[in-house]
Design a protein around this ligand. Structure first.
Ligand SMILES: NC(=O)C1=CN([C@@H]2O[C@H](COP(=O)(O)OP(=O)(O)OC[C@H]3O[C@@H](n4cnc5c(N)ncnc54)[C@H](OP(=O)(O)O)[C@@H]3O)[C@@H](O)[C@H]2O)C=CC1
Ligand SMILES: Nc1nc(=O)c2c([nH]1)NC[C@@H]1CN(c3ccc(C(=O)N[C@@H](CCC(=O)O)C(=O)O)cc3)C=[N+]21
Length: 284
């Protein structure tokens, strides 16, 4: 039976450390959250992010986007937030309304306020494995933090990332590559046969496609580490992309809920604090 990678517990520790740091910090960070209130998921996740922020001492500012907003409407919103010295971090919660190109909006965020690391500058730094501190997408960074917590070192391991979005798959693959894993990315055009062959050879599998039970037990090598990033609502209950029976094959598995989700939120808060501290240093 797989052991649990307890994201909920690790995230709680992280948030407690942050709260402690913030008690004596010289700055009170503010995170602006740009989101589509008509999207059920966004309302739910943004609410969770705001509550977690308030608990550690990070202020949030909501910017609800109108249903008929365009990319250029968003450009004006983001430009204003970029200029506002009271805002330290800007989160563009995906997906935005249908007429908006999410990637274009990610790219408009000033790199020093891009706490989710989704803009081209910060993604470029990640892909170049640039040294130093810069924000990295919270979900993949949360996965790396969780692996590190359990002393699972990707170096020399065969890792398969399923999904290639800007939010998850691409930065996940870059982080694993930077950590010296041998990385393969699978996506919609990877045949089922190829995917199964890749998965059966993988030591570390990280899946985020948004399809319940997408990964089955007979596709997983005995003893593999399996990270379930998927977040699906089935009959009102959260479930991931990995079938429950995978727990009988894997050595380690993240639960849903209580795995990657809470890590994503904790890392976002950590990146917001880091951005605020950097910006304060810059004006001194
Ligand atoms: N727990 C958390 O903190 C987070 C959870 N999530 C969850 O992770 C999942 C993915 O999110 P996100 O990346 O934003 O979603 P996207 O819809 O942007 O991307 C989905 C990815 O899955 C790939 N895909 C779709 N169908 C298949 C298939 N049949 N075989 C292989 N690959 C496939 C797509 O491939 P292609 O590029 O070819 O279209 C795409 O790269 C969702 O369930 C989301 O809710 C996301 C972010 C954070
Ligand atoms: N710019 C941007 N950054 C994101 O990080 C981002 C985004 N856009 N768009 C949508 C996805 C989704 N996402 C989640 C975060 C936490 C949970 C989470 O904490 N989930 C709980 C369960 C929630 C429930 O019970 O329904 C858990 O896994 O334990 C889920 C999903 C962040 N995303």
């Amino acid at each position: 039976m797989a052991k649990t990678l307890d994201g909920k517990a690790v995230a709680k520790e992280l948030r407690e450390d942050l709260a402690k740091t913030l008690q004596t910090a010289s700055v009170k960070p503010t995170l602006a959250v740009v989101f589509d209130p008509a999207d059920d998921g966004s309302r739910l996740y943004v609410g969770m992010k705001q509550r977690a922020a308030a608990k550690v001492g990070i202020q949030t500012r909501d910017i609800a986007v109108a249903e008929d907003a365009s990319t250029s409407d968003l450009a004006a919103v983001v430009a204003e937030l970029n200029e506002d010295p009271a805002v330290h971090g800007i989160l563009i919660q995906a997906p935005l309304p249908k007429n908006v190109d999410d990637a274009q909006v990610f790219a408009m965020v000033a790199p020093e306020k891009d706490v989710d690391g989704l803009g081209v500058t910060n993604q470029g730094r990640l892909f170049a494995n640039e040294a130093g501190n810069y924000p990295v997408a919270a979900t993949p960074k949360g996965v790396m933090t969780l692996l590190n917590h359990y002393n699972i070192d990707p170096r020399g391991k065969r890792a398969v990332v399923v999904g290639r979005s800007q939010l998850f798959g691409r930065p996940m693959a870059a982080l694993l590559l930077n950590a010296d894993a041998t990385v393969t990315i699978a996506h919609r055009y990877t045949s089922k046969e190829s995917l199964t062959a890749l998965l059966l050879a993988a030591d570390i599998v990280v899946v985020g496609v948004g399809i319940p039970n997408f990964i089955q037990a007979d596709q997983i090598k005995a003893g593999a580490v399996v990270i379930d990033v998927g977040m699906n609502l089935v009959d009102g209950k959260a479930c991931g992309d990995v079938a429950p029976a995978v727990a009988e094959k894997a050595a380690w598995l993240t639960p849903v809920p209580g795995g990657v989700g809470p890590m994503t939120i904790a890392i976002l808060l950590e990146s917001t604090l880091e951005a605020a501290l950097e910006q304060e240093k810059a004006v001194e």
